[in-house]
Design a protein around this ligand. Structure first.
Ligand code: GLU
Length: 309
């Protein structure tokens, strides 16, 4: 049996001199204040073990990782008809790109770029006031993570609302093309709050367990989605989870994963466990620089890549 704690300790020790690398997201003022000298990592296994190292208990802004949970909720609401609103192909463009959206007439390439996630927020909003939709997401995340202490950081949500000009542009574009049913401010209210979910690596690793265990949390027995749906969400994470760095992440790490500009990455080793890493400094395409390196080291040492060991 692989000694996962020893592997995590090793990765941490090896990366220690590099902690602080990369550039903290500064287009959201509240995120610009984050100390880049932090690094945490956690693994939750399908057997119920939790391993962690470094700053794994410190909550951070999960940002776009929330798109995985919102996609799960939206699929639960409208099923496969979701795919008339959003595609399933890698975008090859930046997370907030507007060019492709115009060329493709308001249908975002996938649920994990901003435009796609905003369309998904619109789906989850149906039949609700924005506050209720946000409450539904929070309840869902607490349920999958089996942790009632998870919260949303209102300061981050407010900060992003005040400066989210590009997201406003994307939403208005989609509304103009008829791909948003609700007022832009309501949809973005949901979107900005989902991005402001605050979770630690330990909480995030536990939250991803349903994707590692055929749709159910193996510890609590909570059933979340069918095995087929879990497999498909993993496929989307693998192909689209790191924006235009998705190919590179698959090449180096070989696990389905979703990044966020808060510097977190949640990755899934199907049948084995769920992994979360956090290091706020980002690389050029907006993914955690050391986070990706740490996951590459973990995959190399465990042989967990979905493409073989
Ligand atoms: N809240 C961020 C935005 O919409 C999410 C981007 C990300 O995490 O990649 O700009």
């Amino acid at each position: 049996m692989t000694d996962l704690q020893a592997i995590l300790d090793d990765i941490h020790a090896e990366l220690s001199p590099r902690i602080g690398e990369g550039k903290v997201a500064d287009y959201i003022p509240e995120l610009a204040k984050i100390d880049p000298n932090q690094f945490g990592m956690a693994i939750a296994t399908v057997n119920g073990d939790l391993y962690s190292v470094g700053d794994a208990a410190i909550p951070f802004s999960i940002q776009s990782i929330s798109k995985v949970f919102m996609l799960t909720l939206a699929l639960g609401k409208v099923g496969e008809s979701l795919w008339t609103r959003v595609g399933r192909e890698p975008s090859g463009t930046a997370f907030n790109s507007i060019v492709q959206l115009e060329r493709e007439e308001g249908i975002p390439r996938n649920p994990f770029i901003n435009a796609g996630a905003i369309a998904i927020s619109d789906v989850v909003l149906a039949g609700h006031a924005p506050r209720e939709a946000i409450g539904e997401l929070l309840r869902f995340v607490r349920y999958v993570a089996d942790d009632e202490t998870i919260t949303i950081d209102d300061k981050v949500a407010r900060s992003e609302t005040q400066t989210g000009y590009r997201n406003l542009a994307l939403a208005n574009f989609m509304r103009a093309y008829g791909n948003l049913d609700h007022p832009v401010e309501h949809v973005l209210g949901v979107y900005f709050h989902q991005c402001a979910l605050s979770m630690s690596c330990q909480q995030l690793a536990k939250a991803g367990l349903y994707l590692a265990a055929r749709g159910s949390n193996p510890i609590t027995g909570h059933s979340v989605v069918s095995p087929k749906r879990a497999r498909r969400i993993n496929a989307l994470m693998l192909t689209c989870g790191h924006y235009d760095g998705s190919g590179d992440f698959a090449y180096h790490v070989g696990l389905p994963g979703k990044s966020g500009v808060g510097g977190g990455i949640m990755a899934v080793a199907p049948g084995i466990g769920s992994i979360a890493v956090w290091s706020p400094g980002l690389n050029k395409v907006g993914n955690s620089q050391l986070g990706a390196v740490a996951l590459e080291m973990l995959a190399a040492r465990t042989g967990w890549s979905v493409f073989g060991d």
